[in-house]
Design a protein around this ligand. Structure first.
Ligand SMILES: Cc1cc2nc3c(=O)[nH]c(=O)nc-3n(C[C@H](O)[C@H](O)[C@H](O)COP(=O)(O)OP(=O)(O)OC[C@H]3O[C@@H](n4cnc5c(N)ncnc54)[C@H](O)[C@@H]3O)c2cc1C
Length: 462
């Protein structure tokens, strides 16, 4: 490959950044172009004017199986900023706690002892869950049209198992209602989180606000002849077949390059399509995008005058608020900063601000009685209505690969075909897959995708 080949990457979320760094390492000159004034897209932090604190747009949890996101973090030198834990505390209203997590048993049995002793589940729930986990080990036809709600009914899941496990842990990991989740994606999460190995299912949380993770990206690219252009919304792109060059038109001026990688969310990709040259296959891509749907995630950020719990994080059962993250402990921040996450509920997202905060506080006090004595000093509510895309049955037919209908233009973004649901790992994988496709087209084939973790214990033979 001629070392001076250039790439314009449109969108600096996790997908765009991970592709940019991998391609810079492969010798390309990168223009990383971002509409906003900061990097990170849907996984970022900013100074919230209402509370005068730098906060994440929402807590972003990792799991051990996020090999490509960790590959990107390693490349920019921030892998040690992730705090890992293997235990998950579930709390019932009233405060009774149960612990899920690994034991001495080999995978896939490592989680069984703690599940069997968890107060949160009745004996019938435990049998139902064990049966369902075993069933999820069996192959599921790729073209299955069954949704998870139907599958759970067919596998005799109890109301306790459905409400306290499937709806809470699984549906919130996939951020959709149970009847909007494909069984294949559900099985993928169950195998990855609970069965493949204790390491794959461990949970990671950043010890710094998300955008701090990306402060090295600009230096990384500049040291390799590239640059980052912020506040530069891309409005159109033109291909000149005679010079084999793309011109990307941004609000701040045109950029020429040999290759383009579009790493936008699906709705922003759809908006850009009419401003690309005509191409066979563009209409098919537009039709695929139309079948995608957004799901919201809300987070409530609370500062109290005193500690309300010594837990780092917890799953909150039977209420609208789902996850509690103690950011004072996780990010070692002054004050008593608690973040609550509400996923997969359009109803909470539709509540007016005051009603949402009141409900969150009322419910939090049911789990942590100290909330009643504590004084709330400040609060921020963040509603991300376009947080993730859904993974209903059949969605894979509408997730395009990295190759696009245009010459030397590739696609990335969490929604393209990675086999993963809408997560930072899907975004990082899409960036690495897009970079691989681009390297191949440039005559410099190389492996960029980080390999999956190997299953351990008995899972090696299953
Ligand atoms: C509230 C919330 C909670 C989440 N929780 C988790 C979690 O716990 N764990 C997890 O793994 N994932 C989580 N996710 C999902 C995760 O954030 C996304 O899957 C991932 O960040 C998507 O990255 P991306 O690069 O594909 O897209 P994006 O992050 O959307 O990046 C696209 C970028 O393109 C830019 N852009 C748009 N239009 C233009 C244009 N015309 N020109 C130039 N730039 C443009 C955008 O500003 C953005 O920066 C969560 C998401 C949200 C919103």
């Amino acid at each position: 490959m001629t070392p001076s080949k250039s790439v314009t990457i449109i969108g600096a979320g996790v997908a765009g950044m991970s592709a940019a760094c991998a391609l810079a390492e492969a010798g390309f000159r990168i223009n990383l172009v971002e509409r906003r004034g900061y990097l990170g897209g849907r996984a970022s932090s900013y100074l919230h004017p209402g509370v005068n604190e730098v906060i994440d747009n929402c807590q972003h949890a990792l799991i051990g199986a996020y090999t490509n996101l960790m590959g990107f973090y390693r490349r920019i030198g921030v892998a040690d900023k992730i705090h890992w834990t293997t235990d998950m505390t579930m709390i019932e209203p009233g405060g009774r706690r149960s612990q899920l997590g690994p034991s001495f048993l080999p995978a896939p049995l490592h989680g069984l002892p703690k599940l069997l002793t968890a107060h949160a589940f009745s004996l019938a729930d435990k049998f139902a869950l064990s049966r369902a986990f075993a069933a999820m080990m069996r192959p599921i036809p790729e073209n299955s049209t069954e949704n998870l709600a139907q599958w759970l009914a067919r596998h005799g899941q109890t109301p306790g198992a459905i409400n306290r496990f499937w709806r809470l842990v699984l549906a919130s990991a996939l951020n959709s209602d149970l009847d909007q989740i494909s069984v294949n994606y559900a099985a993928m999460v169950i195998r990855g989180l609970f069965m493949n190995s204790p390491e794959a299912g461990s949970m990671g949380m950043s010890t710094v606000p998300l955008s701090q993770l990306y402060t090295g990206v600009a230096n990384y690219l500049e040291a390799r002849g590239g640059r980052v252009l912020l506040n530069s919304s891309v409005e159109a792109a033109h291909w000149d077949g005679s010079t084999a060059q793309w011109t990307v038109h941004t609000r701040t001026g045109p950029i020429e390059s040999d290759f383009v990688l579009v790493s936008l969310p699906f709705e922003a990709t759809a908006k850009l399509l009419p401003a690309l040259p005509p191409a066979n296959g563009a209409a098919v891509l537009a039709a695929q995008i139309e079948r995608h749907e957004h799901w919201p995630i809300c987070s409530v950020h609370l500062w109290f005058d005193r500690p309300i719990t010594d837990l780092e994080h917890a799953v909150l059962l039977d209420r609208e608020i789902h996850w509690m993250y103690n950011q004072s402990l996780l990010q070692n921040r002054p004050g008593n900063y608690i973040e609550l996450v509400v996923s997969a509920t359009r109803a909470f997202a539709a509540l007016p601000r005051e009603a949402a905060i009141d409900q969150a506080l009322r419910e939090l006090a049911e789990f942590f009685p100290l909330v009643k004595q504590a004084k709330l000093q400040k609060v921020a509510l963040i509603k991300e209505v376009r947080a993730t895309f859904g993974v209903p049955p059949g969605i894979d037919a509408n997730r395009p690969g990295a190759i696009s209908p245009w010459p030397n233009l590739f696609l990335a973004g969490d929604w393209v075909q990675t086999g993963w649901p809408s997560t930072m790992e899907s975004a990082a994988r899409s960036g690495h897959l897009g970079a691989e496709a681009l390297c191949l087209a440039a005559g410099n084939p190389r492996r960029i995708l980080d390999p999956d973790l190997k299953p351990t214990g008995l899972m090696r033979f299953l």
